[in-house]
Design a protein around this ligand. Sequence first.
Ligand SMILES: N[C@@H](CCC(=O)N[C@@H](CS)C(=O)NCC(=O)O)C(=O)O
Length: 239
Amino acid sequence: MASSQPPEPAENGLTLYENPVCPFAQRVLIALAEAGVEYKRVYIDLKNKPAWYPQINPLGQVPALRVEDATIITESLIIIEYIADRFADRAALMPRDPLLRARVRYLINFYDTRVNPISHQLLHATDPAEQKTLKLRIRESLKGFNDLLAKQRQRNAEEGPYFLGKQFSLADLAIAPQIARLVAVAGHYRGFEIPRTAEYAELHRWYDAVRKRPSFKGSSEPDDTYIEGFRRFVPEFNK
Ligand SMILES: N[C@@H](CCC(=O)N[C@@H](CS)C(=O)NCC(=O)O)C(=O)O
């Protein structure tokens, strides 16, 4: 029988409420893996949320992180900054330099505001002409993203595959989960592709490197899981 009470949280540690289809939750999974932190993982079925979940997050969203004093932290970007701050001695996920910190945040904001919303519109759109326009708009935004990566690469003191060169940061771990869903889900339902051309070369170079990172691989699901999980946002398939 479904319980009206949340499962017992970690006795003395972190509890993460998550769903592996969710790109926002994967941000947190990667950050915790990078920091090598132990935590209790509680799966939330987003299609059939437990009655107790509003006690954890009144908005009903994952991820949510419960910390030792029973405080619940929500919003993936706030959670990953918390992890970066709290476990800075275990993983340098956020640079110390204020300008680099601003650039990390800007890159994430760029993706979240200029690419992600159009990706969702593309899944919702059933009109082929509208789909075509939206695909072009996503590609345009991805070019902008590619250019931000290229510019930062020139500025980096050390050569390396990530946004900040050798240092794997919140910028990488916040955005790669979104790209994974874009490629798998929009690829499957809408035939969307990121062309393998010079305009996107930095993006591919960066994403290919992040995909190999154990924290990313270990928190990723097969494409079919994402395709199935996002089916409910695609009107023709949401029957
Ligand atoms: N701004 C939130 C967004 C989180 C979010 O949208 N989570 C989705 C799953 S990917 C969710 O829980 N949706 C609730 C629902 O499907 O009812 C964050 O960054 O944590």
